[in-house]
Design a protein around this ligand. Structure first.
Ligand code: ATP
Length: 262
């Protein structure tokens, strides 16, 4: 009974004392612990090379593909230790990821790309329903469903990349730079989408170059520097923190927040 093996509802993620290294070099991430309660969003902050992507790889189990390994620590989903689980097993437990740089299959159609996101789902009718739901959520790609994905605009490709992850109906969604390269209006749109996905019952871990946007949508944030946690706090408090302002608020973030209309 494959289908019934998939739990529903948001997952709780716990990372304990994570240390990761690539080859003999000093660790890329060192001693990181994080608790992401079910249904909440965690923002991972840090400049280039701080270790954010490495944390994501540890969660997905894809470190090995990049020459990395967990030196110590553990990762659990809903209290179940998945440290030794394969990437595919983690997907079956409800983990999905939106790719950085919109790594899409440009020769496949939009619909085919979306369907690849549902490979682990055994329930065909559920997949068809999900596809309809993704097209409802992203009308701008619904009209292009039979077009090759390579012909979509950058913004449409980003929507498709998010839609592809949603096809798995994830309980834990890892989002890597979902607003990268998007115009300010589309950054607003992506922020709304992230909040909606979270509210509908998905736990999210978010890496965003647009720090202001990520702090606006996240409940909690962790800042990394050279692989170590240097700050962790409720996101709203960090948004006001001078150290965060000085370290991470670059020109790109000035496109956020949306004007206060109250
Ligand atoms: P960016 O935003 O630039 O991706 P990041 O915060 O995601 O930065 P990571 O990509 O996790 O940082 O990199 C953390 C450290 O690990 C860096 O020193 C980086 O050079 C190193 N690193 C990342 N991937 C590899 C790899 N496949 N092999 C060797 N070293 C790596």
């Amino acid at each position: 009974m494959g289908a019934s093996a998939i739990s529903s509802g948001p997952a709780e993620l716990r990372i304990e004392d994570l240390t990761v290294a690539y080859g003999p070099r000093s660790p890329a991430v060192q001693g990181l612990s994080a608790h992401v309660p079910a249904g909440t969003t965690l923002a991972l902050l840090g400049s280039n090379g701080a270790g954010k992507t490495t944390v994501m790889r540890a969660i997905t189990g894809l470190l090995g593909q990049h020459g990395g390994r967990m030196v110590s620590g553990s990762i659990s989903l809903d209290g179940v230790d998945i440290t030794q689980s394969t990437p595919a097993q983690r997907v079956r437990l409800g983990l999905a990821q939106t790719m950085e740089g919109r790594r899409i299959f440009s020769e496949l159609t939009v619909e085919e790309n979306l369907r690849t996101g549902a490979w682990a789902r055994p329930d065909r009718p559920g997949v068809a329903k999900e596809l309809a739901a993704v097209f409802d959520r992203f009308p701008e790609i619904a009209d292009r469903r039979k077009d090759k994905a390579g012909y979509l605009s950058g913004g449409q490709q980003q929507m498709m990349a998010i839609g592809r992850a949603l096809m798995a109906r994830p309980r834990l969604l890892l989002m890597d730079e979902p607003s990268l390269g998007l115009a300010p209006k589309l950054v607003d749109r992506v922020a709304d989408i992230i909040e909606k996905i979270a509210n509908e019952g998905t736990t999210i871990v978010l890496i965003e170059q647009n720090v202001a946007m990520s702090l606006a949508v996240a409940e909690y944030a962790i800042a990394l520097e050279a692989g170590r946690v240097v700050l962790e706090s409720e996101a709203a408090a960090l948004a006001e923190d001078d150290r965060i302002q000085a370290a991470y608020f670059s020109a790109v973030s000035s496109t956020w927040p949306k004007p206060d209309l109250s």
